[in-house]
Design a protein around this ligand. Structure first.
Ligand code: ADP
Ligand code: MN
Length: 176
């Protein structure tokens, strides 16, 4: 599909298993670049873009069509950092860069435990990371050359990732 060359600033998707640091990274990147941070989880909650609560998965059942409708205009304008633990339902044309954050399993386990995850919610998410589910999903959903996997084990990793992504945003050009 042809890329949308009309936006003046890029759209970046930050994805990865819960706990890999998407919100921390996206917030810092938004601060550094003045791009807008769009946390899909909060958007879904605030605007009610869901079909109720999933008791088993302990999360809202996101309505993907409503989310895409809600974001279409902003994405067409450009300048968004979208933050979500899924990536296969957004239009491919929306993004100029798809960042997949990855965290070593034991580190992720500790982070999610600290967040209060237990039982199958904890093990499902760690398995999701072990099997690189989000990286595969990103590679299947977007051109390989815009998918970038970044290690997010330490605070230094975050600093490095934000610095290099900030540089990428600064150098991005509509016709590049
Ligand atoms: P996500 O949005 O992917 O679920 P968060 O950004 O909310 O992840 O991070 C989850 C927790 O892990 C937070 O307490 C955050 O400070 C910590 N964290 C995330 N990434 C890192 C990292 N690379 N190094 C150290 N701590 C991290
Ligand atoms: Mn988050």
């Amino acid at each position: 599909m042809a890329k949308d060359r009309e936006r003046k600033r890029p759209n970046v998707l930050v994805t990865g298993t819960p706990g890999t640091g998407k919100t921390t990274t996206a917030t810092a990147l938004a601060d550094a670049t003045q791009l807008r941070h769009v946390g899909i989880g909060d958007l879904v909650k605030d605007k009610g873009l869901h079909d109720g609560w999933d008791d088993e998965l302990e999360c809202h059942v996101i309505n993907e069509d409503l989310v895409c409708d809600e974001l279409e205009d902003a994405m067409e304008q450009g300048g968004n950092i979208v933050d979500y633990h899924g990536c296969d339902f957004f239009p491919e044309r929306w993004f100029d860069l798809v960042v997949v954050l990855q965290t070593e399993n034991s580190i992720l386990y500790d982070r999610l435990s600290k967040r209060g995850y237990t039982g199958s919610k904890l093990s499902n998410n760690v398995e999701c990371e072990i099997f690189q589910v989000l990286l595969e999903e990103a590679k299947e959903s977007y051109p390989q050359d815009i998918v970038l996997a970044l290690k997010s084990d330490t605070v230094d990793d975050i600093d490095r990732n934000v610095a290099s992504l900030t540089e990428w945003v600064r150098q991005w050009h509509p016709t590049s």
